[in-house]
Design a protein. Structure first.
Lengths: 80, 573
């Protein structure tokens, strides 16, 4: 899947999980840019993304991303 | 069932008007999500759970310091969640020679927590039990090695059950059962644990929250009391009217097993005090036949409190069952394989629980287990006898329908009442009735056994306990009156309460005759009554008016000098 397509689907997951339909993420977005995105909702997002794409992240991966782009690449590398 | 993110959305909703309950959550792992799930699930069940979450791993400090935030908060419910992961951590740190005593150590520390909570907080205490972790150090041999972690964990769960069975203020929330249902791989999510210190996966949170709120609801008196069964393709396979007695499916073969096992489940519910009723679209004689003549039937007619088989609409029939049993629709569960009947009942009877039974009867039981419909916080001998009482009531109802004149019906019942002052034999039942009667209760007072004993000895009080028996059976002790001497002229009705099972039998008149005659003989001139309104006793607001008392400020008075006996068909034994 192309990064843009993954981004679109991940954006929908953000909207649902954070319960805020105004959220628009880009590859450059970081947790600081989204009010509701704290360390707790982070894990909720991760689990929702895992479920959606039927993939599993390692604990290391979960803590390694500096922005949405790196997360998307990680998803893509899992063969999505 | 709603998932965690849906429950979380509930948090933004309006909790106004929901029943507020203060809950304290103490955990040895991170509990933020659990607290959100609990509050969200509480909303689903009509509760505004006001939750105080202790800081992570503060259990001992909060519990053993009488001036802690926990006690300042004055919770009604305290939830203590000590996780199996932390338990394993403690076990790991012990020297091997101490491993065999591990469960005993832990039980002692948990009982200390319970005792401190019981002493310092007026709260019901809920402990989560331990989900199993097999650390695979001994393999299967762990089962016969006392020092293994698995052996000690299972022992601890067992010891906790024993301890809780002896302490009425302690409740166990069985999250181990949840792990058995969903599997450990779904219960525990390693990356969630590593990143957040939370031992519950996101997916299992709603299940744990539901199981906990079930318990809180039961503590607050919301319980299911009755299960109503459809017959064809629910209680047995096939359609009795079309297939005939020989061809319906029950027993040991094929799909028959599913129905037999379902019937055993219903029978166990009945034995533990759930009222079983039947509501079937059938000709009555045909519907009854399997109960009377099929060798593989597990349920007997004796197990069924109310049996309705006709061609009327099921919603009307369930309303009839409700009138006979006199319990709320919200305490009834309706089981029917037919989605059409389910939807009619669900749409027409607010509050009734109608599970969406799976299409395949083979799945019925597993599905019903997962709903945990019949949560309770007590189980006593009376529960096992309940069906009999309601069956008698149903018979009475049937006979009443044949009488056009109410007096003739009452006369035909041959009612007899035994009237006694409180004594050591009736004390427990008098106390229980005072605690359970909310509707027919003029001045709501809960008496304990000790209060009742004191009243029986008091010189200024006259106590009356009434039983009622009729040709259908014995209702037992159903009414309690306490008179209190105010002065030599006037005696005050301190307590008048009655079981709603015996409404409309003229019991009120009989009781008034009894106490008025008694008071008159003692030389009193005025009988004085009072109605104190509560949320549930509206039905007796005109009680004294209807009995001919006259209003005098906040009280009701009845002169005794010219008292005329009221009409009554009850004889004194």
């Amino acid at each position: 899947m192309k990064i843009e397509d993954i981004l679109k689907q991940v954006n929908d997951i953000f909207i649902d999980t954070l319960d805020n339909d105004q959220v628009i993420i880009t590859e450059a977005t970081t947790a600081n840019d989204v009010e509701e995105w704290d360390s707790l909702t982070h894990i909720q997002l991760v689990v929702a993304i895992e479920k959606h794409f039927k993939i599993r992240f390692t604990s290391k991966e979960i803590q390694s991303w500096n922005n949405v782009g790196e997360m998307l690449t990680c998803i893509q590398e899992k063969g999505v | 069932m709603k998932d965690f993110s849906q429950l979380k959305k509930n948090l933004k909703k309006d909790f106004y008007g929901l029943k507020a309950i203060k809950v304290a959550v103490l955990g040895d792992s991170a509990t933020q999500f659990l607290v959100q799930a609990l509050r969200g699930e509480g909303y689903e069940k009509g509760f505004d759970l006001q939750i105080q979450e202790a800081d992570f791993n503060q259990i001992e400090r909060q519990v053993f310091d009488p001036s802690s935030e926990l006690y300042e908060f004055k919770p009604e419910i305290v939830i203590v969640f000590q996780s199996s992961h932390k338990l394993l951590g403690k076990y790991n740190k012990l020297k091997p020679e101490q491993h065999s005593l591990f469960a005993s150590f832990e039980l002692e520390s948990m009982t200390n927590i319970y005792l401190a909570l019981a002493k310092n907080a007026q709260a019901k205490i809920i402990f989560y039990n331990y989900t199993e972790i097999d650390d695979a150090v001994f393999g299967n041999h762990a089962n016969k090695t006392e020092s293994s972690f698995l052996f000690q964990l299972r022992k601890l769960n067992y010891e906790l059950m024993l301890y809780a069975s002896q302490n009425t203020g302690l409740f166990l929330c069985d999250i181990s059962s949840i792990q058995n249902q969903v599997g450990k791989a779904n219960f525990f999510h390693t990356s969630v644990y590593i990143n957040t210190e939370m031992v519950l996966s996101i997916d299992v949170l709603p299940k744990v929250a539901a199981r906990t709120v079930d318990l809180i609801s039961a503590i607050h008196g919301t319980i299911k009391k009755c299960v109503i069964l459809d017959l064809d393709n629910t209680t047995w396979g096939g359609i009795i009217g079309d297939d005939g007695l020989e061809n319906i499916q029950i027993g040991n073969l094929g799909i028959g097993k599913a129905f037999s096992e379902f019937q055993y489940w219903v029978k166990k519910l009945k034995n533990r005090g759930i009222i079983v009723a039947v509501c079937s679209k059938n000709t009555e004689a045909v519907a009854i036949e399997p109960f009377e003549s099929h060798p593989d039937m597990v349920l007997d007619l004796e197990d069924i409190a109310v049996f309705i088989a006709n061609w009327e609409n099921k919603a009307d029939n369930i309303r009839h069952i409700q009138r006979v049993l006199n319990i709320g629709f919200d305490s009834m569960v309706f089981l029917d394989d037919n989605p059409f009947e389910r939807s009619i009942v669900r749409e027409n009877i607010p509050g009734i629980c109608v599970p969406e039974l799976p299409e395949d009867p083979a799945d019925f039981l597993e599905y019903l287990y997962s709903l945990n419909l019949f949560e309770t916080i007590s189980f006593s001998f009376e529960d096992t006898e309940r069906t009999k009482l309601y069956q008698i009531e149903a018979k009475r109802n049937l006979v009443q329908q044949k009488f056009t004149n109410e007096d003739d019906f009452l006369k035909s019942l041959n009612m007899i009442s035994l009237v006694q002052p409180f004594n050591k034999f009736n004390t427990p039942r008098v106390a229980q009735l005072s605690q359970r009667s909310n509707q027919f209760n003029l001045r709501k007072v809960n008496y304990t056994d000790a209060d009742i004993e004191a009243l029986a000895l008091s010189e200024n009080h006259f106590t009356f306990a009434f039983t009622l028996e009729d040709k259908f059976g014995d209702n037992g002790l159903i009414c309690v009156v306490i008179l209190q001497k105010e002065n030599c002229q006037c005696v005050f009705i301190n307590t008048w309460l009655m079981s709603c099972r015996v409404l409309k039998r003229g019991m009120e008149n009989f009781v008034l005759n009894t106490i008025a005659t008694f008071a008159k003989e003692k030389g009193f001139r005025i009988l004085k009554g009072e109605y104190l309104p509560t949320a549930k006793n509206d039905m007796v607001k005109d009680h004294y008016f209807n009995l001919g008392f006259e209003k005098n400020n906040d009280y009701w008075e009845l002169p005794l000098i010219n008292y005329e006996q009221k009409k009554s068909f009850i004889k004194i034994r």
